[in-house]
Design a protein around this ligand. Sequence first.
Ligand code: GLC
Length: 553
Amino acid sequence: MTNTTLSPSDALLGPDADWWRQAAVYQIYPRSFADANGDGVGDLRGILSRVDYLKGLGIDAVWMSPFYPSALADGGYDVDDYRDVDPRIGTLAEFDELVAALHARSLKLIVDIVPNHSSDRHVWFQEALAAGPGSPERDRYIFRDGLGENGELPPADWTSTFGGPAWTRVADGQWYFHMFAKEQPDWNWANREIRDDFLKTLAFWADRGVDGFRIDVAHALTKRLPEPLPTAAELADPTLFPVGDHPLSDRDDVQEVYAEWRELFNRYSPPLTAVAEAWVPADRRVRYASRDSLGQAFNFDLLRATWNPEEFRTIIRDNLALAGQSGASSTWVFSNHDVVRHASRYGLPSGGEGREWLLSGGTSEVEDRDLGVARARAVSLLAFALPGSAYLYQGEELGLPEVVDIPESERQDPAFFRNRGVEIGRDGCRVPLPWTTEGSSFGFGSGDSHLPQPVWWGDYSVETEEADDSSTLHFYRRALALRHELQTAEELSWIDAPESVVAFRRPGGWVSVTNFGVESVELPAGRVVIASGALDGDRLPADTTAWIVVDAD
Ligand code: GLC
């Protein structure tokens, strides 16, 4: 099924234009979801074999992380060809089949677009290398001469996001800029050819039926590199560059790119959606989320939220206000392919993001798995009750913990290799999913899995959890189904409650109550329709959320 192109005025009236506003979106990291051909790497056939599972979860849309041809220097975020499928993952024909299979079940598909950088195997980077300094081919990327007598020093002392230098020298002596790994050269967005090529890519996928895009590193596309280049210390000094005019990040002029994209998105019916991964201050996020821009932006506050009711109240209040300013709905996300899984984060006595714990190989403190899962369920249920879109990461519906003990020899993340001893990387949240209690790669595929799975992985498998009515899987299904039933207008009102309790009401007499304290608390009057854990009679125990419906008289 493909999208229909309409004139912009028709598109505004298109059907179902607001489907994304309160959607539950499930992120698939394709290489680790399901492997149909047994080569150890997940694939489109694997996803196709699980579309009924996806439908059964009660989600509205799937967001697929990159599935494009890639050397996997950064798990697929190093794209060789933006308009093709990695042969290890499948074919374009299979992609079309997947779109059709999802749409047949009324599920939307969002794909990841990686516009800040390509891979160093992209044909245009190869052409840039071959063509030499000063050529139009080199102008598609960011090349500079080096410093020092013979240009042997990098043009600036900048560090890449994954550690190590942000400039790499090529054979003829010039250097190119890469914000991430050296295999990820940054595009030069001042070059019209790049803008046109991405418009072509977006239309390519839209014409194949895709419903929306997740935009990787959305804040960094446009750059303005003054000569001489600022030092790393100068780049980090907020007094040197006015907001919106930083050389590398969150420039006002990036919105010119998105205005063009929005024009293209609005030619489809319903208009395509887009969500920005923009690491910018909250007040700047509004620009990316506005209707003239991408339309929605990730709020990453919950990736860092500790088990603290005041923190949750502030995050909710602030993000609903920001969403109001942009006209978008807010997003709520606890886990993704870049962070420690939240079932583990909430089981760590220190709270927080779990970075030190990861770095220590899980030895710096003792993870309490039961507490982690209980709290993860409680906060997920809380977030499912909020107005806005809920983004879920594959495996969180199983309560999957982070894998902390992956041997060095098996690690894949460039953040590990480029930043040894400082960062362990993100492999632990990307371990292939367990589908069966036993068997080869726990049902992920008929062979091994590309990252090692722990021996206890089967305890969290779909098969094991299917058989247990109290499992996290059954809980997620019930919660998402109820969310669908109960969700109406995007409004929320706070309910007076003890300091340790986060309680609010949604239209239609639907109330969510979370107990962050240590003692059980009294539940508000009404019918409990779901709870994240066992109740204590008519009281809500610690570490638990319940939804209550107050029936109209
Ligand atoms: C984003 C992605 C991350 C990737 C990086 C570079 O932050 O989420 O996985 O490594 O961009 O593309």
